[in-house]
Ligand binder design. Sequence first.
Ligand code: SAM
Ligand code: SF4
Ligand code: SF4
Length: 378
Amino acid sequence: MAVRVIPLVDQRTAALSAAVPRLCASPTGHLLDQLGRPLRDLRISVTDRCNFRCQYCMPKEVFDKDYTYLPHSALLSFEEITRLARIFLAHGVHKIRLTGGEPLLRKNLEALVAQLAALRTAEGLAPDVTLTTNASLLARKARALKDAGLNRLTVSLDALDDAVFRRMNDVDFAVTDVLKGIETAQAVGFERIKVNMVVQRGTNDDQILPMARFFRGTGVTLRFIEYMDVGATNGWCMDEVLPSSQVRERLQAEFPLVALAPGSTGETAARWGHANALGEYDPALGEVGFISSVTEAFCHDCNRARLSTEGKLYLCLFASQGWDLRSLLRAGASDAELAGAIAPMWQQRSDQYSQLRSSLPPSSASPGKRIEMSYIGG
Ligand code: SAM
Ligand code: SF4
Ligand code: SF4
């Protein structure tokens, strides 16, 4: 068995201090970064805690009983999150995704969903409010989330084989309980649910076909995610990445697939539809997606910003530091001042880590500098 080397540097303490410019222009809804990318998607981490210990995200060796999570006072309150979300919407955000850690562990999350769903974009439209969850609490929460105005759901499930899944979540959680969560969500009216499967070569790549067979024709879109070098604790190595092109080849050996047009600019997944006997996309059979963050980087139209549990703004999944918005909030900054402080952060952004991954000097790719996925949110 390969030995995991786990650097224990706590990047959460590093922060860029946010400043209010002397002149704060009103938000126009059209912020562009240095590469001409608009700000459209805000991912908000509502907790750094999780009840799973997926080896690739929160390995037990690090996230054990001695691990120090953020204290409750450090977390943004629902009111603080909603206030920031309103400002981000004014700057052009259309879509808000709640994540974590496990977001459903945050008490009364549906109240936050309701507050966010009541906000409006710069064009006066309702934002698309979504959630990514391991589904352990979904059967219990689905109805309340739907009633609160959650638009869509993404469930993470890495295997259909119970033994493989229990090994991967490392807390002995059963596949049937995740499936129950998905069924309940469908029953209360969630449509177009997505299931994310992180593929790790040698760990769960034998689950690609069983997962595709299971979800084909169910109305659930299965998406295969390349295992990423995010964070510092998972001992990532390229050998464990199965390129999406190979995942697709395995699928195509059994199912005819046809390429579909992207749903929207900045979409992370390449979409392929199940085809009928005539070789045409059959919506009744549904589609699959491939998120090729490692082998086919999509930084060129990355429109995502991430707000950490304690209110730091990260402009890239691989950034080593975030902008400290909580200090501004708690120092009494007005909405106009907050908006004025956020605008130049995005306008100065030039991150494109995945695109440059192979050409970066070793120091910038150093895992010791990276923030954890469970802290920043997926
Ligand atoms: N706990 C929730 C869940 O698992 O859905 C939300 C947070 S989790 C960090 C968000 C997504 O990130 C999950 O779909 C997870 O599988 C994915 N993820 C975590 N670590 C990853 C890695 N190293 N590479 C690729 N995806 C990863
Ligand atoms: Fe928890 Fe999600 Fe990370 Fe798994 S991927 S440990 S469920 S935060
Ligand atoms: Fe966006 Fe950074 Fe990921 Fe590139 S590496 S797609 S810039 S989050």
